[in-house]
Ligand binder design. Structure first.
Ligand code: DUC
Ligand code: ZN
Ligand code: ZN
Ligand code: ZN
Length: 468
């Protein structure tokens, strides 16, 4: 069994910060020892590899619980494959992604899941798992939910948006929630009132308001809040927990806060784009605003304070990326003259850990909270803890050596995502991923990619550990 020792770093988990050395055996964390003790234990002499982490943080690999690789949308597909997207994830210090398999209308969950396994099999550079998008809630798909939970797909995304595509009505949502209440699954909600939004879209286009910024205007914050409120009530009626994805509006955070103050099992996720970008970006000239079209949309800057507060108070538990890149050339451009035809989604899987580290330096969150919202909480929320999301004996040795002092400028010139722009072009941040291990294997070695497609393993999940 191969033995690796990581020496001299500051080990940061959601629970602790300790100056410790880490012993890895056979792809798992075997032990931690305070600096100085390790030599006595003789680790170094017997190690196959010793990695010097002096001056670095030693943190768990990031868990990005919301990505869309090779995702069909608006007549095109997101531009990162599982191969390119998971490599970019590794560069950014993320060692597990949870992507969304899609049930198409008129098809079974099984067909959708098989398709996503076929896309990802032997492609991934880091470990991966699946949620299932339900687009057709019926007797058969409800039964299939039980089977999927049993085999490790333990969460199901439903949409109150995108009528005719992913949309479910309140009756379908209630039935899926009732099923999840029975089988231990977690319902994830895209909460925006898509029926009302589509009316506003048609009115805007009829009045000649066709630029990207109108995407943000018609997808009103109140319509996010309404759908958040409604689906929380449906979850209460069903006796089911609820996880609201990509929360962007202050009013939606308030709905979650109110529910949590009642002690309800209601959870929320936000994404870096809502914390760092705003409607100012959507209004960029020459159609550049299209780069920032995603749903839920970017909000006016004033909403950010509520999101940061939610992350501090634990009314929001998780930051994931909703990584869903479309190239500006040829993909975003499909919506010139009609914002509703701009494919919805933004790149970000490579940027999340760094942006949140910058948030530590900016005083929004503590270092341990950084690791909690980016690693531990998503792992626990989706049944991967403590295999993923922490550094403890028995855990997979998914470990990042992070240089907290390195300066970087984010740019499409240097990123590894397969997309022709960066949503953070020119942004200076302090902190950078130096080295990444996935199950004990070096996949990034001092800023060089040393991994390979197919290293990443499909990882079945338990039910949410926020519920037990
Ligand atoms: N939102 C996006 O921005 N992209 C993909 C799907 C979604 O809900
Ligand atoms: Zn969504
Ligand atoms: Zn999404
Ligand atoms: Zn390998």
């Amino acid at each position: 069994m191969s033995r690796t020792v990581i020496r001299g770093g500051l080990v940061i988990t959601a629970a602790d910060e300790i100056h410790a050395d880490v012993l890895i055996e056979g792809g798992r964390v075997a032990a931690l020892a305070a600096h100085g003790q390790e030599a006595a234990l003789g680790w170094t002499e017997s190690a196959d590899r010793v990695i010097d982490a002096t001056g670095k943080y030693v943190i768990p690999g990031g868990v990005d619980a919301h990505t869309h690789m090779d995702f069909p949308f608006g007549g095109t597909a997101s531009s990162d494959t599982f191969a390119t997207g998971t490599q970019a994830a590794a560069w950014g210090g993320t060692t597990t992604i949870i992507d969304f398999a899609v049930q198409s209308r008129g098809r079974s969950l099984r067909e959708g899941l098989d398709q996503w396994h076929a896309k990802s099999d032997a492609q991934c550079a880091v470990d991966y798992a699946f949620h299932m998008i339900l687009s057709d809630v019926n007797e058969n798909s409800l039964k299939e939910m039980d089977l999927l939970v049993a085999e490790g797909v333990t969460s199901f995304k439903l949409f109150t948006a995108y009528p005719g595509v992913f949309y479910s009505d309140d009756g379908q949502i209630l039935r899926a929630m009732q099923r999840a209440a029975g089988n231990g699954g977690l319902v994830m909600m895209h909460a925006e009132n898509g029926i009302a939004i589509d009316v506003l879209v048609q009115q805007a286009l009829a009045e000649g308001r066709t630029d990207p910024r109108y995407h943000g205007e018609v997808r009103r914050a109140l319509l996010e809040a309404e759908a958040t409120h409604r689906t929380i009530q449906l979850a209460r009626v069903a006796g089911a927990p609820l996880y609201v994805v990509h929360v962007s509006a202050e009013e939606a955070v308030a709905e979650l806060t109110q529910a949590r103050d009642k002690g309800l099992p209601v959870f929320g996720e936000t994404c870096p784009q809502y914390l760092f970008l705003s409607t100012d970006n959507l209004a960029e000239p020459d159609f550049e605003g299209a780069k920032y079209v995603c749903s839920t949309p970017l909000r006016p800057r004033e909403h950010q304070a509520a999101l940061w507060r939610g992350l501090r108070t634990d009314d929001l538990q998780v930051v994931s990326t909703d990584h869903c890149p479309f190239c500006f050339r040829g993909q975003k451009e499909l919506g010139r003259g009609d914002f509703s035809k701009i494919p919805n989604g933004m790149p970000g899987v490579e940027n999340r850990m760094d942006l949140l580290h910058q948030a530590v330096l900016d005083g929004h969150i503590s270092r341990r909270r950084w690791i909690e919202i980016a690693c531990a909480a998503p792992a626990r929320m989706f049944g991967l803890y403590p295999k993923k999301g922490t550094i403890t004996p028995g855990a997979d040795a998914d470990i990042v050596l992070y240089d907290p002092h390195a300066e970087q400028v984010m740019s499409a010139e240097t990123h590894h995502m397969n997309v022709d722009y960066s949503a953070y072009e020119g942004r200076r941040v302090t902190g950078r991923v130096e080295t990444v291990l996935s199950r004990g294997e070096l996949v990034i070695d001092q800023r060089e990619f040393t991994g390979h497609a197919g290293h990443g393993q499909y990882t079945p999940r338990a039910t949410s550990q926020y519920l037990s």
